[in-house]
Design a protein around this ligand. Structure first.
Ligand SMILES: Cc1cc2nc3c(=O)[nH]c(=O)nc-3n(C[C@H](O)[C@H](O)[C@H](O)COP(=O)(O)OP(=O)(O)OC[C@H]3O[C@@H](n4cnc5c(N)ncnc54)[C@H](O)[C@@H]3O)c2cc1C
Length: 377
């Protein structure tokens, strides 16, 4: 469907809410959540199929209420929230009556290393007083609450135990949206937030005190994979479009689809799409089984993000000048694809971890097998 003009906010919300109502009526609501929360109770493997179809349009995941960052926040609240927190924050999120954001990254320190986080919270009676600075907080502009990561344990030996997670109501005194950051895909709700003497009741600590790093990492694993599922949808769409154009564009005696140079682009993209699907399905299967999935999610995240960028780039190439125009969705897809290699762990961080696991596996067992998916071949 045609991308709606988000500046016409009233019309945008009206159309989105209409589609959401239809999804609910058709029992296609909250595919990732258990039935007791109004969801379909699908496994991660099943979710791969849903997301890889839904995200072929920009609105698909929003319509089903399984979009980032709400999806990850729902999982987080489900696993770490108290009964009161679930009632107050998870319930409205599941019913589509609230939106949320996840606030971890800061402009002053490398987001790749969450042990450097400077935003800090100090206990004052039955409230936490929080000061700090966050940016690139997706959805903050629309959110009714944030899950915020802040440092609580100043002189803790293990810095990975120094951060805690808090639920922050938006708006709140002390939480100021400085701006929506203008990015290469526009100013679409990645906000900079100033936090000054923000008071949060002790009951809004999410999970255990000092458990923020653990919670962040646990949240990010499945959330990263959910991004991969949506990227597969975009990669497949780009490949479909590439072939469609190649079948219809005529040059030097034949259509582009008959040129070997173009067939190579199609072949490479097809193989990468297939690899992406297998990697995502295997990582999802490991999550579903309760196995350690860190390695598989890391490899999938790196591979799919890069495959997406290559496939969309090839599609632009096959479309020629039209691909560079905004007459097709490719330019928009190209701009969106670029952040996939930065957010939720930059390429190099995943490569570092993947290499570490391969070296450790070889050192410990004489084989890299367990680091390469632990497959029986
Ligand atoms: C569109 C978008 C949405 C986002 N949404 C959110 C959100 O909702 N909430 C949130 O908290 N954050 C969000 N982020 C922030 C994102 O998670 C960070 O950008 C990411 O963690 C990287 O942190 P950084 O930008 O500070 O880069 P840095 O950590 O400064 O890293 C910059 C580059 O340095 C290199 N690098 C860093 N460390 C190493 C290393 N150890 N070894 C080798 N190379 C290294 C990598 O090439 C990396 O790309 C979003 C970002 C984008 C672009």
């Amino acid at each position: 469907m045609e991308r709606l003009d988000e500046t016409d906010r009233g019309r945008y919300v009206e159309v989105l809410l209409g589609m959401r109502a239809q999804a609910q009526k058709a029992d296609l609501w909250l595919p990732h959540m258990p039935p007791e929360w109004g969801g379909m109770g699908l496994t991660h493997t099943q979710m791969a199929m849903v997301q890889a179809e839904a995200a072929k349009t920009y609105y698909g995941p929003w319509v089903l209420n399984c979009q980032a960052p709400d999806e990850g926040n729902m999982h987080t609240l489900l696993h770490w929230g108290t009964a009161e927190q679930k009632d107050r924050y998870l319930g409205p999120l599941c019913r589509g009556r609230a939106m949320s954001c996840f606030a971890m990254t800061e402009p002053e320190v490398a987001g790749s290393d969450p042990t450097l986080i400077r935003t800090h919270a100090v206990l004052d009676g039955d409230e936490w007083v929080i000061n700090g600075h966050k940016w690139f907080i997706s959805n903050a502009h629309r959110a009714t609450f944030a899950i915020l990561i802040a440092r609580t344990e100043g002189d803790f030996d293990d810095v990975r135990g120094a951060n805690s997670a808090f639920i922050v109501d938006i708006p709140s005194d002390g939480w100021t949206e400085v701006r929506q950051i203008e990015t290469m895909h526009g100013s679409t709700g990645h906000s900079e937030i100033l936090i000054e003497d923000l008071r949060v009741p002790v009951t809004n600590l999410l999970g255990e005190r000092g458990g923020g790093h653990k919670l962040g990492q646990a949240r990010l694993g499945p959330a990263r994979l959910a991004h991969c599922m949506r990227w597969i949808a975009q990669a497949e769409l780009a490949l479909d479009m590439m072939i469609d154009r190649a079948l219809n564009r005529y040059s030097h005696g034949s259509v582009l689809a008959e040129k070997q140079g173009i067939q190579w682009l199609i072949a490479d993209s097809t193989m990468e799409l297939y690899q992406s699907k297998l990697m995502v399905l295997h990582a999802a299967y490991k999550i579903d089984r309760g196995d350690d999935f860190k390695s598989e999610v890391s490899m999938a995240k790196h591979f799919v993000a890069n495959a997406l960028n290559r496939i969309v780039d090839r599609a632009v190439q096959v479309y020629g000048a039209l691909g560079y125009s905004t007459d097709t969705p490719l330019a928009d897809m190209y701009q969106h694809a670029r952040w996939a290699r930065l957010a939720d762990g930059a390429d190099e961080i995943h490569q570092w971890r993947i290499a570490q696991r391969a070296i450790d596996a070889y050192r410990d067992t004489g084989s890299v097998g367990s680091a390469a998916g632990g497959l029986p071949i």
